[in-house]
Write a protein that binds this ligand. Structure first.
Ligand code: PEP
Length: 256
C-alpha cells in the first residue's frame, strides 16, 4: 500500500499585509521550515506572494496561490496567470474554493479550465469540492461532490493526475466552527478516492492526496488526520497564527 505524505496547506484568504505576512511566515520557517515529515504549503494573497516566496527560500515550505486565471495573459483586469505565479516560484494553487464559487460565480467549467492551465504550467492544483448545508440535508452530498470532481478533472491525464490535490470542504464547515464528524469526512474522502479510481485507475488514485477543510483546528485534527483517506488539511482560520498552524503540522507528523 502506498503511503501518502501528509499535506497541510494554509489559506490566508484576504488577510495580512506584506509586512504581516512576513512576520507570520518567518515564524513558520523557524518552527517547521526544516522538517520533511509533512508537506507544508502557505497560500498568501497575491500581494504577498513574492515576499513570502523570498522568506521561505532554503526552507521546506512551499508557496501556493489562492486563485488564478486560465489564460496566460491578456485583457483580464485584476487577474493573474499561471506563468506569472510560476515566475515567483509558486508551486501550488487553490482552485474552485467555495468562496470563489459562491461569491464570484465560478462554475465547474471555469474551474476545470484553471485546473488544466495550472497543470500545463507545472503548478499543482488544490481542487476544492464540497456541498452546502442544504445539499447535505437533502441527501445530495455525494452527487454534488461527484459532479464537481468529475467536471473539475475533465481532460486531466492519468499521468498528471497524481499532481492534483483534492480538498473536500463541506461549505457549512468553512469558517463556521462546525467541523464534519470524522465519519462524515472519511465517508466522502473514500467516495472521492473511489471516483479517482474509476477516472484514473487504482494505483493513480492511491497517489492523490485528499485534504479535509472546514474549521480544522489543533483540537479536532488528530482524529481527522488519522482517517485512512484523509491526507492532510486545507486550513483557513487556524492558518493565520503561527502557533495553531504549527500545531496542525505536528498533528499531521504524528500520524504520518
Ligand atoms: C477554507 O477556507 O479553506 C477553510 C477551510 O477555512 P476554515 O479553516 O476557516 O474553516
Amino acid at each position: 500500500m502506498i503511503s501518502r505524505k501528509k499535506l497541510i496547506a494554509g489559506n490566508w484568504k484576504m488577510n495580512k499585509t506584506s509586512a504581516d505576512a512576513l512576520t507570520l511566515v518567518a515564524d513558520l520557517v523557524a518552527s517547521v521550515g526544516r522538517q520533511t515529515d509533512v508537506e507544508v504549503v502557505v497560500c498568501p494573497p497575491f500581494t504577498s506572494i513574492e515576499t513570502v516566496g523570498k522568506a521561505i527560500e532554503g526552507s521546506t515550505l512551499k508557496l501556493g496561490a489562492q486563485n488564478m486565471h486560465p489564460e496566460a495573459n491578456g485583457a483580464y483586469t485584476g487577474e493573474v496567470s499561471a506563468p506569472m505565479l510560476r515566475a515567483l516560484f509558486t508551486t501550488h494553487v487553490i482552485l474552485g474554493h467555495s468562496e470563489r464559487r459562491a461569491l464570484f460565480g465560478e462554475t465547474d467549467v471555469f474551474v476545470n479550465k484553471k485546473v488544466l492551465a495550472a497543470l500545463k504550467n507545472q503548478l499543482k492544483p488544490i481542487l476544492c469540492v464540497g456541498e452546502s448545508l442544504g445539499e447535505r440535508e437533502s441527501g445530495s452530498t455525494l452527487k454534488i461532490v461527484q459532479t464537481q470532481l468529475e467536471a473539475g478533472l475533465d481532460g486531466v491525464s492519468k499521468e498528471l493526475a497524481p499532481s492534483v490535490v483534492i480538498a473536500y470542504e463541506p461549505v457549512w464547515a468553512i469558517g463556521t466552527g462546525k467541523v464534519a464528524t470524522t465519519e462524515q469526512a472519511q465517508e466522502v474522502h473514500a467516495f472521492i478516492r473511489s471516483l479517482l479510481t474509476k477516472l484514473f485507475t487504482e494505483p493513480v488514485a492511491q497517489k492523490v492526496r485528499i485534504l479535509y477543510g472546514g474549521s480544522m483546528k489543533p483540537a479536532n485534527a488528530p482524529e481527522l488526520l488519522a482517517q485512512k483517506d484523509i491526507d492532510g488539511g486545507l486550513i483557513g482560520g487556524a492558518a493565520l497564527e503561527a502557533r495553531s498552524f504549527v500545531e496542525l503540522v505536528s498533528a499531521a507528523a504524528a500520524v504520518q
